[in-house]
Design a protein around this ligand. Sequence first.
Ligand SMILES: Cc1cc2nc3c(=O)[nH]c(=O)nc-3n(C[C@H](O)[C@H](O)[C@H](O)COP(=O)(O)OP(=O)(O)OC[C@H]3O[C@@H](n4cnc5c(N)ncnc54)[C@H](O)[C@@H]3O)c2cc1C
Length: 264
Amino acid sequence: MLVGGGTFIHGLVARGLITDIDYLIDLTKLPINDIVQEKKYLSIGATARFTDIESHDSIVDNKLHAAIGDAMTYPPPQVKNAATMGGCLGSACPFLDSPIALLALDAIVVVAGRRFSREINIEDLFVSLFSCSLKPGEFITEIRVPEQPANTASSFLKLETNANDLAILNSASRLTLNDNKILNPRIFVGGGVGETPVRCNQAEKVLEGEMLSMGIVDQASQVAMDNIDPLSDHRASADYRKTMTRVFVKRSLLKSIERLGVEV
Ligand SMILES: Cc1cc2nc3c(=O)[nH]c(=O)nc-3n(C[C@H](O)[C@H](O)[C@H](O)COP(=O)(O)OP(=O)(O)OC[C@H]3O[C@@H](n4cnc5c(N)ncnc54)[C@H](O)[C@@H]3O)c2cc1C
């Protein structure tokens, strides 16, 4: 089994869920931990640690990448000092935060196989609970966050029971404003609403091409709620998650808009 920071694997071992592993392969000595702003995308190496990501110049005070910075504020420092972005995606755990932020940013996941490298749209990475679309022998080497027009911002928010717990629900959004017209919106909800993150396609359609107003934000948030069918678990009921979908989608959209310096 591959190991990045080992923080997720540790939890599985502690619960007796990993019993048939012969070898652990530490990826952290490979030269795949750089964070580099390339011309057309931000490159985050698979073994870049959360601590390094959240303090990087391309994340701090960057309104496009802000959702990633937001997601990094939630885990405790001990975890941030070890956890890697590759491990975060590779675990395919629907309760985690950074994958939702990266989904709202249309990230591309670069994987290396025995003979070839290939790129996967992050939306195609998550297949089902704890299962992703990597083939045997493949591992994540890099995450690419494509550039967007200058007047684009993103945000991420998490609803949690306490500061050390996984999400009851989380939400990320991204939008571009052109003369107050909303372009290319993205809205994702995760944190246990389903076995994989949920894209709020219908809510995005409500916003696309419309002039910005509180009414249209309200309408999109309502449509996100109307079209989601969350799970119940020990953290929250499906009904509560459904109601909070409207609240968190709205808050996330308003935060992205605020980052563009626009008043609604
Ligand atoms: C106390 C605690 C609090 C936490 N709080 C939060 C929180 O608030 N928000 C949040 O989002 N998360 C939280 N987490 C979860 C944390 O984000 C994950 O544990 C972490 O992202 C996993 O990264 P890792 O590098 O440690 O993965 P690892 O444990 O090393 O690996 C996880 C899985 O990914 C695979 N893997 C590792 N690297 C790769 C790779 N490069 N390519 C393919 N597969 C790979 C491994 O084989 C394994 O299956 C918390 C965890 C703990 C223990």
